[in-house]
Ligand binder design. Structure first.
Ligand code: NAD
Length: 481
């Protein structure tokens, strides 16, 4: 029997009721490891342990929490090459991207270690004589964290770190497809010295572990990142539960990159290729709609195709690889379905879109670029979540802005231009939570707010100091003395 990575519940590593094999998408013969799948009972035990741990943990000094998070950060950063390799092996992003993501997780823990020492409040004068008003923040309680497969360590990190910094107890349920990085992160946190019950890792299926978490009355808040369809279920279950749970949802995107006639062509092509195709296009912030003005359109398309021709799609761990494989067969099927749909709708395939064969069996797809598309086609409206982008040709800046906002989503948007006037106008009028000028729509800092509008997000922002809006509860105290 191979070694199985267990769940961590109530201060102990425990076997699950089932086991899943974590498969390397660059080489499906390679099993990254075996991981426990928890049951509803495991989840209930985790919540009971978190509840028991909460009174003491929520009253620990900021210094204790700061030291713990800093210790975790130091180990993550010291092991970034090894953990980056694990991440790339289980998810398929390139080794450089995997190491970069692990480093980011380490920086997130360092940032929130610092935040522990900045937990402040406000004192206000009352409108009534002799009364003082104090506004403080307290932990929310037991928070459930549900994460997707595309950032296997950064997303668990950017939810766990602020949750712990603010004195909450945590149940983390990572994506069933990529449990390895979240397991390694939990192991680091446990060894950093978290008391039993403060952090519980329950790996397994969304429909089993995730659902039990949403239904448990003692879970006070749920932070979810994933698809819109699952997000809706999460919200409905959290509102139906009694008491209702606080929710934070980060979901899909259909992020536009506007390229104006006056753009620097090299900057625009770099932003487009990086934003759409790096990390195999599997980023919620990926640019998937290029909205390109007439005068630069043909040069932009030709330069993108030339750039795509020299990008190596191969095993994520090989040093020459620019784009790793798609994460699994289901996602590959979805990408291919959208490539067919785009063609059927009248889009012209300017590059790629075919399955590639490499040394090892894996889910290799040539990045696909469509031209001659319009914004009402499905390829412009629905999230593909793969290395697929389409170009919509426009006549003017005004038309570009209108089309970029004509979407159900609102996560990230970008514009490439050398005009201060257009850049400023776009920043102010783009209906997205994050706006990029002469930069890819994907790739953000870890110390500033992250999140979107419209169908992309629900609830308060993640990351940076803004994370406190979700992970703390405001108390207003009046004193007459
Ligand atoms: P998904 O919705 O299928 O799964 C996300 C998580 O929810 C997984 O852990 C899954 O097990 C769990 N889950 C599934 N059913 C559940 C249920 N009934 N109850 C509770 N939990 C359940 O998403 P995915 O395929 O893992 O990730 C891809 C999606 O994530 C894309 O739409 C992408 O845009 C989005 N995403 C968004 C952001 C963001 O910050 N906006 C970041 C990364 C990914």
């Amino acid at each position: 029997m191979p070694q199985v990575h267990p769940n961590f519940v109530a201060g102990e590593w425990i076997e699950g009721s089932d086991v899943t094999a974590n498969i390397n998408p660059s080489n499906t013969n390679d099993v990254v490891g075996y991981y426990a799948r928890g049951s509803a009972t495991d989840l209930n035990n985790a919540v009971a342990a978190a509840k028991a741990a909460f009174p003491a943990w929520s009253r620990t000094t900021p210094q204790i929490r700061c030291d713990l998070l800093k210790k975790a950060s130091d180990e993550i950063l010291a092991r970034k090459d090894e953990l980056g390799r694990l991440l790339s092996r289980e998810e398929g992003k390139t080794l450089a991207e995997g190491i970069g993501e692990v480093a980011r997780a380490g920086q997130i823990f360092a940032f929130h270690a610092g935040e522990c020492l900045r937990l402040g409040g406000e004192a206000m004068a009352s409108v009534r004589p002799g009364v003082g008003v104090e506004i403080t923040r307290e932990p929310v309680g037991i928070v459930g964290l549900i994460t997707p497969w595309n950032f296997p360590i950064a997303i668990p990190a950017w939810k766990i770190a602020p949750a712990l910094a603010w004195g909450n107890c945590v149940i983390i349920k990572p994506a069933d497809l990529v449990p390895g990085s979240a397991w390694a992160l939990s192991d680091i946190l446990v060894r950093a010295g978290l008391p039993a019950g403060v952090l519980n890792l329950v790996m397994g299926r969304g429909s089993v572990v995730g659902q039990a978490l949403l239904e448990h009355p003692d879970v006070n808040a749920v932070s979810f990142t994933g698809s819109v369809a699952t997000g809706r279920k999460v919200a409905a279950a959290c509102i139906a539960s009694s008491p209702m749970k606080r929710i934070q949802l980060e979901m899909g995107g259909k992020n536009p990159l506007v390229v104006l006639d006056d753009a620097n062509l090299d900057v625009a092509v770099e932003a487009a290729i990086n934003g759409a195709f790096f990390s195999t296009g599997q980023r919620c912030t990926a640019s998937s709609r290029f909205i390109v003005q007439d005068g630069i359109h043909d040069r932009f398309v030709a330069a993108c195709v030339n750039r795509l021709k020299v990008l190596a799609v191969d095993d994520a761990l090989k040093s020459h690889t620019h784009i790793g494989p798609v994460v699994d067969q289901g996602q590959l099927d979805q990408d291919l379905a959208y490539i067919r749909i785009a063609g059927d709708e009248g889009g012209k395939l300017a590059f790629g879109g075919e399955i590639l064969t490499r040394e090892t069996p894996g889910y290799y797809l040539a990045p696909a670029l469509f031209t001659e598309t319009t914004n009402d086609m499905r390829i412009s409206r629905e999230e593909v979540f793969g290395p697929v982008a389409n170009v919509v040709r426009v006549k003017s800046y005004d038309e570009a802005l209108e089309i970029s906002n004509d979407t159900a989503f609102g996560l990230s948007s970008g514009i490439c231009t050398t005009s201060l006037r257009f850049a400023t106008h776009f920043r102010r009028n783009s209906e997205a939570g994050m706006v990029m000028v002469n930069l890819p729509t994907a790739g953000v800092d870890y110390h500033v707010p992250f999140g979107g509008r419209k169908g992309s997000s629900y609830g308060s922002r993640e990351q940076g100091a803004y994370a406190k809006e979700f992970y703390s509860s405001v108390k207003t105290a009046y004193t007459f003395a």
